[in-house]
Design a protein around this ligand. Structure first.
Ligand SMILES: Cc1cc2nc3c(=O)[nH]c(=O)nc-3n(C[C@H](O)[C@H](O)[C@H](O)COP(=O)(O)O)c2cc1C
Length: 206
């Protein structure tokens, strides 16, 4: 792998671990300039308390999302869906600090209540997060940023009101393959909580 061309390795290694979550992180700086960036490393860390984590690349160049999260203490997580993949991808371009990716891409920023980070109006599933902690990954200089969920906004009718499960396909949520590809997954089944000696059965309400 060391012998691979840099770009080739980036594509190859970013794809090989499987499909990743697709989110736009919304933040604002001290001057009030909003920022939006696509992240494929947002992951669930635990549900009690509800925590998310994301990996930010080494801060050897300006990282607006990270800088804003550190300054304000807040960020939003907005799921990318099929109708906004081009705009979402464009947010990865290196815009100047004074330029808002909302303006550059045409996505709409919305501040809800007095939460100190912008949400994406066009997104269907949105999470308000508060910075909690960060961990330096010394092997490659990246940072794992930990956030606490403060609020969740969902469209009506996409979650199971009895057990809480969210049907992401109803929100047309996409997944990221590598660094430049977006795919729309299809629900195959929902299976019962697995127990030894118990057959695997479907619990999907049809
Ligand atoms: C599909 C995709 C996924 C990405 N995921 C991440 C990620 O998980 N972490 C990260 O630091 N950058 C990631 N990036 C790069 C950022 O989107 C890019 O560096 C962006 O300019 C950061 O913006 P900011 O400086 O406004 O935070 C990703 C880019 C693409 C295209």
């Amino acid at each position: 792998m060391d012998a691979m061309d840099k770009r080739f390795r980036a594509n190859f290694i970013n794809s090989v671990t499987g499909y990743k979550s697709a989110n736009l992180l919304g933040t604002v700086n001290q001057e009030g300039v909003t920022n939006l960036a696509v992240f494929s490393s947002i992951t669930h860390l635990g549900s009690n308390p509800p925590l998310v984590g994301f990996i930010t690349r080494p801060t050897v160049v300006e990282r607006h999302t990270y800088a804003n999260v550190k300054t304000t203490g807040f960020f939003t997580v907005n799921h990318i869906h099929a109708a906004i993949i081009e705009e979402a991808h464009q947010t990865s371009a290196r815009y100047d600090t004074q330029v808002s990716e909302f303006d550059a891409t045409g996505l709409t920023a919305e501040f809800i209540k007095d939460f100190k980070a912008p949400f994406v109006v066009e997104a269907h599933i949105k999470i308000a997060c508060r910075y909690v902690n960060e961990y330096h990954i010394k092997e490659n200089g990246t940072l794992l940023v930990v956030g606490a969920m403060e609020d969740i906004y969902l469209p009506e009718g996409i979650h199971d009101t009895e057990d809480g499960w969210i049907d992401l396909s109803k929100a047309r949520g996409v997944t990221i393959n590598g660094l430049d590809s977006y795919a729309e997954p299809q629900l195959l089944d929902r299976l019962q909580y697995a127990k030894p000696d118990t057959p695997t059965t479907s619990i999907l309400k049809k």
